[in-house]
Design a protein around this ligand. Structure first.
Ligand SMILES: C[S@@+](CC[C@H](N)C(=O)[O-])C[C@H]1O[C@@H](n2cnc3c(N)ncnc32)[C@H](O)[C@@H]1O
Length: 329
């Protein structure tokens, strides 16, 4: 396969596995990329890690807005190629989706409380505040006791309804790390986070804005460091008597080699009491093989290396594997 064919295949997979049914314009643009040699050649001039569909579309949007169709995308790249390339090289897809807290909540609520929460690959740290958001699990709604009108409420279709959490976890301590932590108070970084949200998903963009306000108001400490480095000290400042929960979502995909992902997973597991992992099943095949075949386009939620649910990549749904979310430490 030539490099252009490999890029075309990546964009078709993006359409089929991620955006179909979620963003009509990115379906159209993704297919246009796969069929347009001029755009494929532009992408081939970038490092493979920078050829990502989400990165291209966010960079184009950042420079000149959302193209209306494939020819407008080709024209944008022809006219603004240098600026788009510069954005792609200087930024990365750090999509921070606080809606993923709706997936963590059923697990967090079952654990011995209080909790010390640590997220690796935390971006702007928005998933470090699960106890400060509202949730709508079908008929089951949860709101923080002191919630104002501007608290975001994340909808999550949950199956079976019995696994929806009934209470909030008690978070005694929180922290995170990222290669490049984003600052919820920095207007440019906030604008980039908004640009990463797919164009039609305006409700998601509004919830992001509300979650950013919470993170600005009560910032969690975030360290700039790599998850590839030793992790044994991350709970050093957590209070005694807390359940040490380490979680990550849509992060291990950034580690290319399977063996390295396995080694990191072993270090993560050793660093905490409870390891919650929300990633594509393809990223952790040794865990995925313990579950039935994944529904198309869903992530896998696993706890301590055991698959417990299929999840919408942005937190919109959760389907328990089996009829309950049995959590064992
Ligand atoms: C797609 S974002 C997900 C952010 C957040 N986990 C969420 O679910 O909203 C992936 C994040 O992982 C971070 N990341 C990627 N490789 C990393 C590494 N080696 N060490 C630390 N963070 C990393 C990126 O900087 C980015 O912020």
């Amino acid at each position: 396969m030539t490099s252009l064919q490999a890029i075309a295949k990546r964009y078709r997979a993006f359409v089929d596995e991620q955006v179909r049914g979620r963003s009509p314009i990115y379906v159209e643009l993704g297919l246009a990329v796969a069929e347009t040699p001029e755009i494929l050649s532009f992408l081939a001039g970038l490092p493979v890690a920078k050829q990502q569909p989400n990165l291209l579309f966010a960079a184009v949007r950042h420079v000149c807005g959302v193209p209306g169709d494939g020819s407008a995308l080709a024209a944008a790249i022809r006219e603004h190629g240098d600026a788009i390339r510069a954005v792609m090289l200087s930024h990365s897809t750090q999509t921070n989706e606080p809606g993923r807290c709706a997936l963590l909540m059923p697990v967090l609520a079952q654990l011995p409380q209080p909790l010390a929460l640590f997220e690796i690959g935390t971006s702007a740290g928005l998933c470090l505040h699960p106890d400060r958001y509202g949730y709508d699990y079908g008929g089951n709604r949860l709101m923080p006791a002191d919630a104002g009108d501007d608290v975001p409420v994340f909808p999550c279709a949950i199956e079976p309804a019995s696994v929806a959490p009934q209470t909030y976890p008690t978070v005694a301590w929180r922290g995170g790390l990222d290669l490049n932590p984003l600052d919820p108070s920095d207007p440019d970084q906030v604008a980039w986070l908004q640009t990463l949200i797919w164009p039609e998903q305006t409700a998601r963009a509004d919830r992001l804005t509300a979650a950013l306000a919470i993170a600005r108001d009560k910032p969690a400490p975030i360290q700039q460091r790599s998850l590839l480095d030793p992790l044994d000290d991350i709970f050093a400042a957590a209070p005694a008597g807390t359940t040490r929960v380490l979680f990550h979502s849509s992060v291990l995909v950034y580690i290319e080699a399977l063996e390295e992902r396995r080694a990191v997973s072993d270090r993560i597991r050793a660093a905490c009491d409870v390891w919650i992992c929300n990633e594509s099943p393809r990223v952790l095949p040794w865990i995925a093989k313990k579950a039935p075949t994944a529904p198309h386009g869903m992530f896998m939620l696993s706890v301590n290396g055991r698959p417990v649910a299929w999840t919408d990549p942005h937190g919109a749904s959760l389907i328990a594997i089996g009829d309950r979310l049995g959590i064992r430490s």
